[in-house]
Design a protein around this ligand. Structure first.
Ligand code: BEZ
Ligand code: FE
Length: 294
């Protein structure tokens, strides 16, 4: 087969991949070819535009290393990460909604004890976070692993200023107590722009978009037999709640970070100055096979 033209090329490629032995690879490859060819037919790129597209993706790849993942940023800012999340995490009544993981999660966060201050000495408004983890339709989940991480009051994560602060900060791993509760102290995070000094920033500018995310605290919560929960809690009133650059905001994840006067804090500690209080109660859903077995 030869002499393909714009009317015959799509079927020719589909025919060529029809022999893939893995049915999922065949399905994914066919859909990719159909949608990509349809995109080109609709957009009718000039040769120069196509070369720009190839160069954009090449620069996106070159920007990736163990500290920077420009392809994830591209997926996030095009709404693809949230679409994949929505397809894979239907949320039953009572379960906490999910949102993007983002690029600032660190596997080996320091283990901390209930009530520890995880700010690492960073300056900012004091904040106590209290919460609980329970099973949807069930009781508290003792011993759940709660990973938390957030930005400082200038909107930077520890890993973005490692040269300056020399250590991890504003991130930790806790375990819930026998009542499924956890609490810790830190500083209140601020809104921040995602890294926008690369191809994704160039794209956002060309599309007339800002690079900002509303202020939030990240949580990743695991318990045996339950689906791992990846989510954030957003600061109520933040100016970017309706225009989050990665489309991650859900109403159920917005909470008042309440300003409290100096005095006794929710953990019983006496505090000299004003502080903020965030409380969030998380609901985890059972893994489908465990739910059936239960
Ligand atoms: C974050 O919240 O850490 C994040 C999520 C997506 C892209 C960039 C940052
Ligand atoms: Fe974040």
């Amino acid at each position: 087969m030869r002499n393909f033209n714009k009317n015959t090329i799509t079927d020719a490629v589909l025919e060529r991949i029809a022999g893939a032995t893995d049915p999922r690879i065949r399905q994914v490859s066919e859909a990719l070819v159909r949608h990509l060819h349809a995109f080109v037919r609709e957009v009718r790129p000039t040769q120069r535009e196509w070369e720009y597209g190839i160069d954009f993706l090449t620069r996106t790849g070159h920007m990736c290393d163990d500290k920077r993942q420009e392809f994830i940023l591209l997926s996030d800012t095009l709404g693809v990460s949230m679409l994949v999340d929505a397809i894979n995490h239907p949320v039953p009544e009572g379960a906490t909604e999910t949102t993007v993981l983002g690029p600032f999660f660190v596997q080996a966060a320091p283990e901390k004890q209930p009530g520890d201050d995880i700010s690492g000495g960073m300056e900012g408004d004091a904040m106590i976070v209290t919460g609980s983890v329970s099973s949807v339709g069930g009781g508290p989940l003792a011993g759940s692993v709660v990973d938390v991480w957030h930005s400082d009051d200038d909107g930077y994560y520890d890993v973005q200023q490692f040269d300056k602060i020399g250590d991890l900060a504003m991130r930790a791993r806790f375990h819930t107590d026998q009542n499924g509760n956890f609490h810790f102290w830190s500083i209140k995070p601020a809104a921040y722009p995602i890294p926008h000094d690369g191809p994704v920033g160039e794209m956002l500018e060309a599309q007339g978009r800002h690079p900002w995310r509303p202020a939030h605290v990240h949580f990743m919560i695991s318990a045996p037999g339950y689906e791992q929960l990846v989510t954030h809690v957003f600061v109520a009133g933040d100016e970017y709640l309706d225009s989050d650059v990665v489309f991650g905001v859900k109403d159920s994840l917005i909470r008042e970070f309440q300003r409290c006067p100096a005095g006794r804090a929710p953990d019983g500690r006496m505090v000299d100055g004003d502080f903020f209080h965030l409380n969030y109660d998380f609901g985890l859903k059972q893994i489908a096979s465990s739910a059936r077995a239960a």
